[in-house]
Design a protein around this ligand. Structure first.
Ligand code: HBI
Ligand code: FE
Length: 284
């Protein structure tokens, strides 16, 4: 698949990109030339080459070998129990997965060229549509990639969408993020997303497991987040997570640990307007 780079000058109006590539280049990978108004593209299954299919399988096998003792039960149940999520069959066809996903939690996957402007991304989430990047990383990026590709988006994010309480939270997050944008609180809400949806850990029968997509899709970070004595693992707290800056191109120094997905739902249910006012006063 051709992954052309969109030059800075060609960025769509209002494209406020919060994630930059490692060298600080705000250019975006992905083919944004023929997308619809909501940034969706067709997923051209026949465009995936045999090399890409083979690379996908190697990425999947490596990660499947690491998750049995480290991923949370909800993630493992989805990956092991659903034919639609049998990622060993090759690069998933989103249309097939959508039949099962729609039935489970009324979410749908939409194919996108890559990173989306914040408000486009959040509008999809608020409507129970999860954007999945269509392109796969190159061989030289096998171990590490900063931008989300189809392996991160699909392997990391999609299994959790089959859990109703998580699926409901993510829709509410999308709605909350659109509101945060209006209130000037988006940087803080992005941190919450980072420390939950991307790098979240959860307690399970006295053990600590991963549910965040950034952890679950990275061999290095999955082992580091759960097995290393170095990082801090602190009980999840909304305000603390929003005060904690993050790095996008290295393993995290702090992981936030949930007691349950009900806690995530309950703690993010209140109106965050006072939170943003407080954080503004603090200069957080
Ligand atoms: N676009 N495709 C895509 N995927 C993301 O995870 C994403 C995005 N645009 C913006 C964005 N994330 C961030 O603003 C959030 O992580 C907060
Ligand atoms: Fe992600």
């Amino acid at each position: 698949m051709d992954t052309t780079t969109l030059s800075d000058a060609a960025l769509p109006a209002g494209f406020d990109i919060s994630l930059k590539t490692r060298d600080g280049n705000p250019g975006l990978r992905g083919n944004y030339a023929s997308m619809a108004a909501d940034y969706t593209v067709p997923q051209a299954m026949s465009d995936y080459t045999s090399e890409q299919q083979a690379r996908w399988l190697r990425l999947v096998e490596r990660q499947l070998a690491l998750i049995p003792s480290r991923a949370c039960k909800e993630f493992l149940d989805a990956v092991n129990g659903l034919t639609a999520l049998d990622m060993r069959r090759g690069i998933p066809n989103f249309a097939d997965v959508n039949v099962a996903l729609k039935a489970a939690t009324n979410w749908t996957l939409v194919a996108v060229p890559g990173l989306l402007p914040d408000d486009v991304f959040f509008t999809h989430l608020a409507n129970r549509r999860f954007p999945v990047t269509v392109w796969l990383r190159e061989e030289r990026e096998f171990d590490y990639i900063v931008e989300p590709d189809i392996f991160h988006d699909f392997f990391g994010h999609v299994p959790m969408l089959f859990t109703p309480i998580y699926a409901d939270h993510l829709q509410a997050y999308g709605e909350g993020a659109l509101k945060a944008k209006r209130l000037g609180g988006l940087d803080w809400l992005a941190r919450l997303y980072w420390y939950t949806i991307e790098f979240g850990l959860i307690r399970e029968k006295g053990a600590t497991k991963a549910y965040g997509a950034g952890v679950l899709s990275s061999p290095k970070e999955l082992i580091y987040a759960l097995d290393s004595p170095i990082p801090k693992r602190v009980p999840f707290d909304v305000m603390t997570s929003m005060r904690t800056a993050f790095l996008i191109d290295d393993v995290q120094t702090t992981y936030f640990v949930l007691e349950s997905f009900q806690q995530l739902r309950d703690d993010t249910a209140p109106d965050f307007t006072p939170h943003y006012e407080q954080l503004k006063r603090e200069g957080a």
